[in-house]
Every structure is written in C-alpha cells, then in structure tokens.
Design a protein around this ligand. Structure first.
Ligand code: SAM
Length: 443
C-alpha cells in the first residue's frame, strides 16, 4: 500500500468543533487518492460527532479508532502504528484539504527524495525555539471562507522556490512521513505535549540522517485546533516541561541543524517563539536587578544572552567563536561554534540592547574601564587557567555582581575559590554569584 492518511479529531461536544472535524473528514474522503488507507482517530469523541461521522457517505472506506479519553496530539501514534502505507499523512482536525494535490504532491516529492523523512506545507512558522532555525506550522488563510491561518496563501502559492526547502521541524496539522523512518526512529514521545512531540520526532529523524522539507501543498488551516490544547489542566507548566525537555535533548546537538544553509530558509523566519527554559538565569537576574550594563563572557548560541537582555539595559557579549579551547568541552568543536555563531545572529537580531565583541575574554577586558559594569557573567572557557585569568582580568570592572556558570567543573570551582572564596548564591543550573557590595576581595 502506498498511502495511509491519519486524521485526528476531538470535539469536546462543541458544535463548532464538531462541524469543523466533520468538514475536515469530508475533505479527506473527497480528495484522498484511490486505494489510500484512511484512519480516523477520535479522541474522546462525543456521541453527536460519532452520529455525524456515520452519516457521511463513503465513511465505510475509513478505519475508525476511538479512544475514551483525550490523548492529545500523541494519539496520532495509534494511526502511525497501524498504518500500512509506505507514506503516512497526519492531518489535524482543523485543516482542510483543498484538492488532491495535497496528497500527490507530497508523495511525488518523497518518491524522488529518498533521504527526506517528512514533508509538510509551507506556511508561517510556529512556536519556534530560538536555538532552532526553523519550525513550520501549516500555512494558508482561506480568504473566501475567511478562516484564519498562519499566512496568506500568497506566501506559498506561486513561490516555487519554497518547494523542497529544508527546515528543522514541521509541527503537526499536516505532514507526510515515510513509514520506514518511523519504524527506524520510533513514534511520538508520549512524555511531550502539543507540537513538541512532532518537533522531537523531526529532530530524531534528522539525527538518523534524514531531512525534513516543506512543499507547496493546497491545504488550509482553520486554526481552531482543540485536541492538543483543550481541557488540559496546568497547561503552561506541561508546555514548559516539554520545551525544557526538547531543549535539553536537542540544543547541544548542533550537528542536526547544519544540513542546510541559512540562505535556504524562508524569509518568514522571524525568530519569535518560546523563551528558552532558562529559569535559573531569570532567577539570578531577578536577584540582582536592576542591571544597567553587563558583560556575558561566552555567549555561544545566545540562549542565555537573550534572557539577560530582558533584564539588563545593555548586554555586551564576549566570545571569539574559536574552537579547540578545551578538549574536555564538546562545545569547543570548531564545527559547533560555527553553527552557534550563526544561530546567535538570528537569536539576538531583534534585541537592540545586545552588543557583541568577538574577541578573547582577557583581551576584551581592556576595553572596559574599572567599575564600569553592574554585572559580569563568566561562561567561556572552563579550564582552571582560563577561569583564573578571566576573573583576574574582569573582577575590577565591577563593584556590584560577579558570577558565572558550571560550578560543577573542577577548574571553575578551584579558580573561583582561590580568588574569591565561596560564592554567596547558587542556582540549580550550576550558576554561582557574588554580591561584591557586601564583601571585599584582594586581587
Ligand atoms: C558554554 S558556552 C556558553 C554558553 C552560553 N552562555 C549559554 O548559556 O548558552 C562557552 C562559550 O565560551 C566561548 N569561549 C571559549 N573561550 C573563550 C574565551 N577565552 N573568551 C570568551 N569566550 C570564550 C566559546 O566560544 C563558547 O561559545
């Protein structure tokens, strides 16, 4: 079998959602290529929904699987598991298929590009983790019906050059997976919610050597999804936990982001989206705010920098992006730093209060007058010698706060203790902090 189509529905007994889900299924039944396998997963569907479903002509073509509680976005796993097709489409209930090309286009593309694990439609990007270059949702605003989507159809209708663009992830709503890849890498991770499990699956596919691409396909997104968002308690916390997990799992694996050049990505890239889960840095900043002028030594991809930039009037980053400074630190690989530098540019480009100095920490220190900074955060090279020299070079530049990262590293602890003594504050992520206003040090 060539094609399986998995549709995901939940309705919360809401007439609007019921109508939308049923229209979506009608559009699938109408445009699915002959011989496709159609699998409809109803997530805790109401009787009304089931009634309407059974009234649909040609519904007998579909396999219907009903769950008795809402399993959220990951209920797609049931369909992925049982799908027999070489290609498995996943369609959320708030997407309308506009014509049969929605299917054939993806299939043709995957037939031609054997290293592509998944394709999805070009459209606006969605909830983009800042350290990732692109994450795409589904696009298209159906103007006739005046239903809201992420982007105007003009953004992809007629823009052939978007066809085949590699992206980091495509989240939910409409996608077509190569089943062979799902067998190889496994299915959606049940511990992640919303679009994060989709992203995670994409990253896993990329790690296995495949790519993820966008194609121009005629689908509309109504943007009234409910399966993953409705009736979940503690929504924000669950979401944050997933963001954190994704971050911990993938952020440092920069090799999975390097398969395409930034020029290939669409101009729609905005850099907006979730904040990174740097709660500890936030806590630290709150502890010492207001901060006027600060320096961060070692900025890497800018994940911590943008959090500092929320709290400080001016953030100056010092990082030469030169690899090989510490054989015990995998981030010091030249290749990773090249990517980090690129991501730093994108991550920070909308922040007018961030200034970058590309230089070694000890050299950049000469550019600053004594006592000219409120706060210095050390997260560069973590060997004893480096940290020792950094503290010596920078300590006199502030009389307020001096801190850093990686207290778990011997070199850091030894150098800090030798010059400054025991830090006054610790944070869960390994950050340490001195309030220099309260103590005096001999240097
Ligand atoms: C651990 S990463 C920084 C992580 C970043 N602060 C964050 O939280 O996302 C270390 C960074 O320090 C930089 N670095 C290494 N040696 C340095 C030095 N002598 N001066 C300044 N930066 C340095 C590296 O280029 C690398 O980007």
């Amino acid at each position: 079998m060539k094609i399986s189509i998995v549709g995901l529905y939940c309705d919360f007994n809401d007439p609007h959602l019921i109508e939308m889900g049923i229209s979506n299924i009608e559009s699938i039944l109408k445009f699915a290529p002959q011989e496709s396998e159609i699998i409809i997963i109803t997530n805790d569907a109401s009787e009304k929904f089931v009634e309407k479903l059974n009234e649909l002509s040609s519904i007998e073509k579909a396999i219907i699987v009903s769950t008795n509680r809402n399993l959220g976005n990951n209920a797609k796993n049931i369909g992925y598991e049982i799908a027999q097709g070489e290609y498995v489409f996943s369609i959320d209930h708030d997407v309308m298929i506009r014509n049969g090309r929605a299917f054939t286009k993806c299939v043709d593309f995957l037939d031609l590009h054997k290293k592509t694990a998944m394709v999805g439609p070009a459209g606006g990007n969605l909830s983009l983790p800042r350290w990732s270059d692109t994450q795409w949702g589904v696009g298209a605003w159906d103007k006739e019906k005046n239903i809201f989507g992420y982007d105007d159809p003009a953004d992809f209708d007629g823009k052939e050059e978007l066809d085949g663009t590699r992206v980091d992830t495509i989240s939910g709503m409409f996608s077509c997976w190569r089943k062979k890849v799902l067998r190889e890498i496994g299915l959606l991770d049940w511990s992640l919610v919303f679009q994060h499990s989709d992203s995670d699956l994409c990253f896993r596919a990329k790690e296995a050597g495949y790519d993820i691409r966008i194609v121009r396909v005629p689908v509309s997104h109504v943007n009234k999804g409910a399966c993953s968002h409705g009736k979940i308690n503690n929504l924000q916390k669950i979401n944050e936990d997933s963001v954190r997990t994704i971050y911990e799992r993938w952020h440092s694996k920069s090799h999975i982001f390097e398969n395409y050049s930034p020029q290939e990505t669409s101009p729609h890239f905005t850099g907006s989206g979730y904040e990174l889960p740097r709660q500890n840095i936030r806590d630290l900043c709150k502890h010492i705010s207001p901060i006027k002028k600060m320096v961060e030594i070692g900025s890497f991809a800018g994940a911590s920098t943008i959090v500092f930039a929320e709290y400080a009037e001016e953030v100056i980053t010092v990082d030469p992006y030169i690899g090989g400074y510490d054989s015990n630190d995998e981030l010091s690989e030249e290749r990773k730093l090249r990517i980090a530098e690129r991501i730093f540019e994108k991550t920070t480009k909308n922040f007018t209060n961030i200034r970058q100095i590309k230089n070694l920490s000890v050299e950049a220190a000469f550019l600053f007058a004594e006592k000219s900074l409120d706060f210095i955060y050390l997260d560069g090279c973590h060997t004893y010698d480096c940290v020792y020299n950094d503290i010596k070079a920078w300590l006199s530049k502030t009389t307020n706060f001096f801190g850093g990262h990686d207290w778990n590293r011997n070199g850091v602890r030894r150098a800090v203790r030798e010059i400054l003594g025991e830090p006054m504050f610790f944070f869960e992520d390994g950050s340490w902090l001195f309030d220099l206003r309260r103590r005096c040090y001999l240097i």
